[in-house]
Design a protein around this ligand. Structure first.
Ligand SMILES: *[C@@H]1O[C@H](CO)[C@@H](O)[C@H](O)[C@H]1NC(C)=O
Ligand SMILES: *[C@@H]1O[C@H](CO)[C@@H](O)[C@H](O)[C@H]1NC(C)=O
Length: 123
């Protein structure tokens, strides 16, 4: 009898581990934004490759980055990045980012700081 209760509690313990494993919470911080300098110069300005990755298992949509002062001499596809003209950049016209990596390139004298500002997480 005591052994049965012990087995059941072990079973429940593993069940809780499994269910936690299936619904890991997602945060804005699970979006990573990396920038690297390419070898290319555009109109005498260095080109920067930006890679945005969503590291969580749930889609994140309406992804907005802080990109204060953003400028580029290299045109960027507005379906990938739209600059508000002030502080924000909308990624993918708000379409969800799941496992795919979003990349774009821009060119300016310096790299602009780009960090996630907000997103809608659907789990
Ligand atoms: C998501 O972010 C949280 C908190 O920063 C972290 O604990 C978790 O490991 C991240 N998940 C993934 C899949 O990167
Ligand atoms: C988002 O932008 C607003 C206005 O610039 C700022 O106050 C807030 O701290 C930003 N949030 C994050 C997470 O960067």
């Amino acid at each position: 009898m005591a052994a049965n209760i012990k087995n059941i509690s072990i079973f429940l313990f593993f069940l809780s581990l499994i269910s936690q494993g299936y619904c890991k919470p997602c945060y804005l911080s699970n979006l990573s934004v990396k920038q690297t300098k390419t070898e290319v110069q555009i109109q005498g300005k260095p080109e920067w490759l930006v890679t945005i990755t969503n590291n969580c298992d749930c889609p994140q949509s309406q992804v907005i980055l802080n990109c204060y002062g953003y400028k580029t001499v290299e045109p960027v596809d507005p379906n990938i990045l739209t600059y508000s003209g002030t502080d924000y950049c909308l990624i993918n016209v708000g379409q969800p980012i799941l496992k795919q990596t979003v990349t774009f390139k821009y060119a300016w004298d310096n790299a602009f700081s780009m960090t996630p500002n907000s997103s809608q997480i659907t789990c």
